[in-house]
Design a binder for this molecule. Structure first.
Ligand code: PBG
Length: 327
């Protein structure tokens, strides 16, 4: 009978031993809370496919931002839902549009104590639900859309965003936004490029969250799930165009992409644990099929282990509270 020479189990014997030898640990500062504000609401509105997530009013959004600061959360990513939509998404470039006002309100509430990020994309503002404007054939027109993104970006910066998140996957969007910001005197406003954003079924609940009008899909601009190498091209282009950070989205089905990007990126890498990932875990937990807290912690730790420096997750505040209590 020969006994093992090596016993990795020794380092697993007690909770204290496991804690000390852990290779990765989560920190509230690396978490970003995505949040929705809906124009004209008097009470916050629950999103049925994302239990626990709300369409906020101005007041509840400000409270959520203040709470995020209390908990040590790193940032907030804002999405706006306008009362009325049109073909060119004009509410997005309106200084008094719902998102631009929300940015200003949150900035007034938290100042520089929380990194305020905002979505630069047209899908919440267009009546057809696409991330850009359409040409005569109904195809998303890349270059006309870029010009609008540039104006949106300047309004968001003027409202007080620290970081802009162009999520529309138009070619050249980072360069155009950088140029527009610089021309308007916003040299210090950063860009987190949704560099590798895939056309995903897991965005489903988000479409409910923003009352999306989309018919069809986004496969002519978002990446194909079959592609891995192409993610590196997207990252290289965004870096060349001036991205300060790059993002991979979704997270859980794309951990290989995240690891690839983390291995080559000279700038911080973000990952977005999206609405469908949230909904899956919440639904399974609600049925008592999995342990909710453990599943959440494990899923976010997996994203960190794969190489994310920044993690956008709808559980950011709750996770931060757990991390605080376990200290
Ligand atoms: C587009 C955008 C989307 C998400 C973030 N930004 C939706 C889409 O591309 O269809 C999805 C986020 C999520 O699912 O949690 N503005």
């Amino acid at each position: 009978m020969s006994f093992p020479q090596h016993r990795p189990r020794r380092l697993r014997t007690t909770a204290a031993m496991r804690r000390m030898t852990a290779e990765y640990r989560l920190d509230p500062a690396e978490l970003v809370l995505p949040a929705f504000i809906r124009e004209g609401l008097t009470e916050p509105n629950p999103i049925s496919s994302m239990p626990g997530v709300l369409q906020h009013t101005t007041e509840t959004l400000k409270r959520a931002a203040a709470e995020a600061v209390e908990l040590g959360v790193g940032g907030i990513m804002l999405f706006g839902i306008p009362e009325s939509r049109d073909a060119t998404g004009s509410a997005g470039t309106d200084p008094d549009g719902v998102l631009n006002k929300a940015i200003a309100d949150v900035r007034a509430e938290v100042g520089d104590d929380l990194v305020i990020m905002s979505d630069v994309c047209l899908d919440e503002f267009t009546d057809h639900g696409h991330c850009g404007v359409l040409d005569a054939n109904g195809v998303v027109d890349n270059d006309t859309t870029l010009e609008i993104y540039g104006r949106m970006a300047v309004e968001q910066a003027r409202a007080g965003a620290h970081v802009l998140g162009p999520s529309g996957m138009m070619d050249g969007q980072v360069a155009v936004i950088r140029q527009a910001l610089d021309d308007a005197g916003f040299q210090d406003v950063s860009i987190v490029a949704y560099a590798a954003k895939y056309a995903s079924a897991f965005y489903g609940p988000f479409r409910e969250a923003v009352d999306s009008q989309l018919q069809g899909d986004r496969r002519t601009y978002q990446m194909d799930a079959a592609n891995r190498r192409e993610a590196l091209l997207e990252v290289e282009l965004d870096l060349e165009e001036g991205a300060d950070m790059v993002m991979v989205k979704p997270a859980m089905s794309y951990l290989d992409i995240l690891a690839d990007v983390a291995a080559m990126s000279p700038v911080p890498v973000a990952a977005y644990q999206i609405s469908g990932e949230y909904a899956m875990i919440e639904a399974a937990a609600a049925n008592d099929w999995i342990d909710r807290r453990r599943a959440i912690e494990e899923s976010v730790l997996g994203i960190k282990r794969a190489g994310a420096n920044i993690i956008l997750t709808y559980w950011a505040a709750e996770l931060a509270a757990w991390l605080k209590e376990s200290k």
